[in-house]
Design a protein around this ligand. Structure first.
Ligand code: SAH
Length: 355
């Protein structure tokens, strides 16, 4: 039995799936799910993330968090947390870069939110010496100041898609055509959660909703508002999306998201506006949405690249220059990827994200 057979049987029994239900099955099914069964990262995998491109990314994120910790009076015990830590590369770079910040690591309990057993094993190899604590749910975050990073985590959360039809919406669903999975549309109806999108859309437009992100963000913002700390949410996307951003990647190429369920990485662009609104509703301040290139330049990536470049020559130097460009240039990740910072309303925003 493959995941496709399982989904065809499920649809025959219960009717079409929402895109969110399909994403959840494809990514997280315990036996066949994409994240449950493999390490998808890196040149041999399906996609490459910023921390896998260069150590500079994690180092600067680490120093940004450490500076925010100092600005907030160096709380004596805090959670240094990451959501969706992948191979643990970002956290390792954070920990190395902050070793020289007096008191920071001694006060930190490393907390990792990770759903994939395969990636948890990899993370325990990378990070075992730091005695991290894995959690299954955001509600397990300790009642303590929270300094958090989430890079390419929110883009993996399931989204639903809706097509504007007059003053209502039709949900995009996944059903069966012959032997294959195929997109279709559900019945016309109102959608309370999309009432504000009636203003900036017209008939036939497609919008996306990531309901799963909101309770996660509400808990994070609540911890920061109550205990202090900060969150750096880095992802591809914009304030809010318009159009179909649901995509599948396999071996670094875009593929049909319905062709081989469980075999490709499924993501959608992150809508940051609902995240910012949820943060505000939980009593937390948020920064302006800042392009990754701007954020990293403000944190000093060029000086760091120059320092790393000094002893290098030939192909090593070329790959460092390429990594700097890839992370920051507007034609590469610099503009598509953005950072939203959360922080307590009484404190200064994290460095690099000032207005
Ligand atoms: N942050 C890492 C990896 C990004 S890939 C990096 O930048 O390299 C997405 C990560 O989020 C993976 O670790 C994946 O297993 C995890 N993930 C995806 N959905 C999740 C969920 N619902 N709960 C917990 N972890 C999840």
């Amino acid at each position: 039995m493959s995941l496709k057979d399982h989904l065809l049987a499920q649809i025959a029994l219960n009717g079409p799936l929402s895109v969110a239900e399909y994403m959840t099955e494809c990514l997280m099914h315990p036996e066949f799910g994409y994240y449950s069964t493999r390490d998808p990262l890196g040149a041999q995998g399906d996609f490459v993330t910023a921390p896998e491109i260069s150590q500079m990314f994690g180092e600067l994120i680490g120093l940004c968090l450490a500076q925010t910790w100092m600005d907030q009076g160096k709380p004596e015990q805090f959670a240094l947390a990451e959501f969706g830590p992948g191979r643990g590369t970002l956290m390792v770079d954070i920990l190395r870069a902050t070793r020289t910040v007096p008191g920071f690591l001694a006060a930190a309990q490393i907390v990792l939110l990770e759903a994939s057993p395969t990636l948890r094993r990899t993370q325990s190899q990378t990070l075992g010496e730091y005695d991290p604590k894995w959690i299954d749910s955001v509600s397990d975050l300790p009642d303590a100041p929270l300094f958090l990073v989430a890079n390419e985590f929110f883009d993996a959360l399931p989204i639903r898609q809706f097509l504007r039809d007059g003053d209502g919406w039709r949900e995009r669903l996944i059903g069966v055509e012959g032997e294959s999975l195929a997109f279709g549309l559900g019945p016309h109806g109102p959608q309370v959660a999309l009432s504000d999108r009636l203003q900036d859309t017209k008939d036939g437009d497609l919008v996306e909703l990531c309901a799963a992100a909101i309770p996660i963000l509400t808990v994070v913002a609540g911890r920061i508002a109550t205990h202090g700390g900060a969150a750096l949410i880095v992802d591809y996307g914009d304030w809010h999306s318009l159009g179909d951003t649901f995509q599948a990647l396999q071996s670094h190429d875009r593929v049909d998201p319905l062709a081989a369920p469980g075999q490709s990485d499924l993501t959608a662009q992150v809508d940051f506006e609902p995240l910012a609104l949820a943060a505000r509703a939980a009593g937390c301040a948020h920064t302006r949405l800042t392009p990754q290139g701007v954020f990293l330049e403000r944190l000093g990536i060029t000086a760091r690249a120059q320092a790393l470049a000094a002893p290098l020559g030939g192909s090593e130097l070329e790959s460092l220059v390429a990594a700097h460009r890839r992370l920051t240039h507007p034609d590469e990740m610099g503009n598509l990827f953005k950072t939203l910072g959360l922080y307590p309303s009484y404190a200064a925003p994290p460095p690099g994200l000032e207005p």
